[in-house]
Write a protein that binds this ligand. Structure first.
Ligand SMILES: *[C@@H]1O[C@H](CO)[C@@H](O)[C@H](O)[C@H]1NC(C)=O
Length: 469
């Protein structure tokens, strides 16, 4: 059985990173006990990267194990079955192999991006999406909700948890009595904006202790194309009032507002950690601990004032890097950490292998008409050998810029040490036009983990740059 937990906009912001002294550039005061505990019983992938730092494209890619250049999903409305190909998803694959499959909350990007029915073909059970309610308002970007209000008006993720727990109990029963295997996907909405969370989680983050980013400025020598306007946060009423509603490299975001927003993000992460803790507790109460593979991942990261910017829509480390852990009963209980670079498209073939389903074939060069295949690679070998020399040493991410005169499709490569990014022009007919580049970036993450200095024009790095290119 598989329990897949997806968290929206979750950057590597868990205490477990600090405890392992892992190289992660995040606040050290996080309260995430449940995910930390799960990480210690899992294969914890320290350097996991998404293929596109926006929900719709990232999820379409992850759940079909194909890169955005194959799903052709670069926005929040296109449906891969219409624009890319009729590709089989992870839950659909489990369904085709006899599993009961159930989805709750945000799994695919909702609406047209998943055919208006959360990709019904993926599920054997009705999909559950909580109704839109007052908590979706665009009035305030963050709000701490008192317990009494929450009881009258449960938050969307309270409803997601309730349905997740209910589904887990029913599916576990079916498994125990009828040997019916299940695949349950539970997708939480926070810490996506608006940061509406139960007030109690503020207690973990006294405002004085909340850190201000150590790099609130743009990196040296980095082209403007690397930055997105943070329209996403700017459209909230209380943000408009700050007069900082678009990216401007000469301006730093106000100090107090930055701390308040960071605190709201951190509290939202703790809230979701708490929700996930209850799901894990239910697995235990159902005596299913030895019977359920648990996969947790974020769909992409989020910048919180670093580089004078906000949100995702970029290929910076904090936008593309995610927490990823895979718990396999009895196999990973002692906890395994890998610092190898893993891509989100690697998850599908991994889960298939771990669950004993037929392995996914590697996709041919053109896989438009191949319903089942992977452009990733199963990372089960990292369980036995977390430092495996045979494992690939790159993760690729893309990021389109449609607001320029000609569309641009940023191409980024992360290796264990470097991030190399090129911003070529692009059109659907001619594809990527490498010779028409609008910017190049190279960061040496060993010396500069926060990406504060673009080295693309440094003679000393020319050989590295050419190799990565
Ligand atoms: C897509 O593939 C599924 C099987 O995976 C099939 O049932 C369905 O009819 C296909 N849809 C189209 C439009 O070809």
């Amino acid at each position: 059985n598989v329990l897949m937990v997806i968290v929206d906009d979750l950057r590597p912001q868990l205490d477990v990173y600090r405890r392992h002294g892992m190289d992660s550039d995040v606040y050290s005061g996080m309260h995430t006990p449940n995910l930390d505990k799960l990480a210690e019983k899992s294969l914890f992938v320290e350097k996991a990267f998404v293929q596109y730092a926006v929900c719709g494209p990232s999820r379409a890619s992850a759940l079909t194990s194909r890169r955005p250049s194959t799903t052709m999903v670069y926005n929040l409305v296109d449906y891969w079955r219409d624009v890319g190909g009729n590709f089989t998803t992870i839950p659909q694959y489990f369904k085709e192999h006899g599993y009961a499959t159930k989805g709750v909350g945000k799994v695919f990007h909702h609406g047209p991006a998943s055919g208006q029915d959360n990709d019904a073909i993926s599920w054997t059970e009705p999909f559950y999406q909580p109704p839109v309610n007052r908590w979706h308002s665009k009035e305030k970007i963050w709000r701490a909700v008192p317990e009494k209000t929450r009881q009258l008006n449960p938050l969307p993720d309270d409803k997601v948890l309730d349905e997740g727990l209910r589904s887990l109990r029913i599916l576990s029963d079916e498994y125990k009595h009828r040997q019916q295997n299940f695949f349950l996907a539970v997708g939480f909405y926070k810490p996506h904006i608006p940061w509406v969370f139960p007030e109690e989680f503020l207690a973990h983050y006294p405002l004085d202790d909340v850190d201000y980013p150590n790099n609130p400025h743009v990196p040296l020598d980095t082209p403007d194309i690397a930055f997105a306007n943070f329209d996403e946060i700017a459209k909230y009423g209380d943000m408009k009032a700050t007069n900082h509603t678009h990216w401007d490299q000469t301006e730093e975001f106000p100090y107090l507002e930055t701390k308040l927003l960071r605190r709201a993000y951190f509290a939202s992460v703790s809230y979701i950690d708490h929700q996930i803790g209850q799901l894990l507790q239910a697995v235990k109460e159902e005596s299913m601990e030895d019977e359920v593979i648990i996969s947790v991942w974020g769909d992409h990261g989020f910048l919180l004032g670093e580089h004078a910017t906000w949100a995702k829509h970029s290929v910076f480390e904090l936008a593309t890097r995610i927490p990823m852990m895979l718990h396999i009963p009895k196999v990973t209980n002692h906890g395994i950490v890998t610092s190898k670079v893993v891509e989100l498209i690697d998850l599908f073939p991994t889960l298939a292998e771990v669950a004993g389903l037929p392995p996914l074939p590697i996709c041919p060069e053109n896989s438009r008409n191949t319903p089942v295949c992977t452009q990733g690679r199963s990372f089960t070998s990292l369980i036995e050998d977390p430092d495996s020399k045979k494992w690939k040493n790159f993760a690729l991410s893309e990021q389109a810029r449609f607001n320029a005169a000609k569309p641009i499709l940023g191409q980024s490569m992360r290796t264990s040490r470097f991030r190399f990014t090129e911003w070529p022009e692009w059109n659907r007919r001619l594809g990527i036009q490498w010779e028409k580049s609008r910017g190049v970036e190279l960061y040496d993450l060993k010396r500069d983990p926060s990406e504060n200095r673009n080295l693309a024009d440094y003679p000393g790095y020319r050989a590295v740059l050419n190799k990565l290119r």
